[in-house]
Design a binder for this molecule. Structure first.
Ligand code: AMP
Ligand code: MN
Ligand code: MN
Length: 327
């Protein structure tokens, strides 16, 4: 932590970024760090590889978000901070430009193995429920009070990665922090409404179509949903959050792993894995070059959709077999 604080204190102008398709943890942590660095008198810009979705627009009340694609101009910066991931390869084309700049890269992350990423200075803890919780610790360490904007950022991080405090990573630190953040003025219901109550009128039909497509495999222990390019385009057109299929599938009795496979425009397949009980989906994702956490992980698979479905089924079968042998 001290070396990381030194890194923050030494540099003057920061560019904050994160993984492609930034989620609530990534954006919430960026909000909190943006306001911390500003309070320390630094110049700060948030530049993500993708624009923020409409659901996150409410954050613009207090925090400016930028994104850069292709050779879009970048603001001036002396240092990069990567949030909620540790590898430049997860930052898309923007990541390569940041790497080529030769500027130091700070990493704040809570994924397994993030100390082995591209950070020249790291503040990482794989036991932390969310990246935003780590930024909260930086405020404490520096004796800085949380502004209402920063409190909203940290709260967003917590709810995003704990599924509104339902997952097993919702530990004592999370609940203590949540109490403190609400006391500081965070309006949870405003965040909820923004995130989940602005869906396009066609969303219910698309959700139904996706759920109707799921297959139960391996004695109902694997629920798999594959989205081909046509479905992906439909989802993109109405700004549909594909994560909506994960929890209904994870709720089915007997299901231990949920796999959502999304065919991307470049032909690769983005795979999201969620687990119940003791199956380690991070280890499964790692066999495809991905990563994440024990109960939520992902990978980009360089193969056609059907082949990816078969590969995931085989990998989950192996993991279930290994788990049974360990018992
Ligand atoms: P997702 O399914 O994309 O919501 O991701 C679930 C978890 O796995 C998140 O914590 C991600 O940051 C992580 N993750 C997703 N894709 C990758 C990847 N290609 N490499 C490493 N971690 C990933
Ligand atoms: Mn994330
Ligand atoms: Mn996270």
């Amino acid at each position: 932590m001290t070396t990381f604080l030194d890194f923050l204190q030494r540099q003057r102008a920061f560019l904050l970024t994160g993984h492609e398709n930034p989620d609530g943890d990534c954006l919430g942590a960026q909000v909190a760090l943006f306001h911390l660095l500003r309070a320390l008198g630094k110049q700060v810009h948030i530049v993500n590889p993708d624009p923020i979705g409409k659901a996150f627009d409410f954050l613009r009340r207090h925090t400016p978000f930028g994104h850069a694609r292709g050779d879009d101009e970048l603001p001036e910066f002396d240092a990069v901070v990567l949030l909620d991931c540790s590898q430049i390869s997860r930052v898309g084309a923007l990541g390569q430009r940041l790497l080529a700049s030769g500027k130091p890269i700070g990493v704040i992350d809570h994924h397994v193995g993030s100390e082995h990423g591209d950070g020249t200075a790291c503040f990482v803890d794989a036991t932390a429920a969310a990246t935003g919780a780590l930024v909260r610790r930086l405020y404490r360490e520096l004796g800085q009070p949380l502004s209402p904007a920063a409190a909203e950022g940290v709260f967003l991080s917590l709810i995003a990665d704990t599924g509104w405090f339902r997952y097993s990573n919702a530990d004592a630190e999370v609940f203590a922090m949540a109490g403190e953040l609400v006391a500081a003025g965070v309006d949870g219901s405003l965040i909820y409404d923004n995130l989940y109550r602005q869906n396009h009128p066609e969303s219910a039909q698309l959700l139904a179509a996706l759920l109707a497509r799921h297959r139960l495999l391996l004695d109902n222990r694997l629920a798999l949903c594959a989205m081909d390019k046509a479905l992906m385009e439909r989802a993109a057109r109405i700004d549909f959050d594909t994560d909506a299929v994960l929890d209904p599938l994870r709720s089915l009795d007997g299901v231990e792993v949920v796999a959502l496979l999304k065919e991307r425009y470049d032909g690769n397949v983005k795979c999201s894995l969620r687990a119940r009980r003791d199956i380690d989906v991070q280890a499964i994702a790692a066999t495809f070059g991905g990563g994440g956490h024990k109960k939520a992980a992902g990978a980009t698979m360089n193969m056609p959709l059907q082949q990816a479905e078969a590969a995931i089924e085989a990998a989950v079968a192996t993991a279930l077999g290994d788990a049974a042998r360990r018992r």
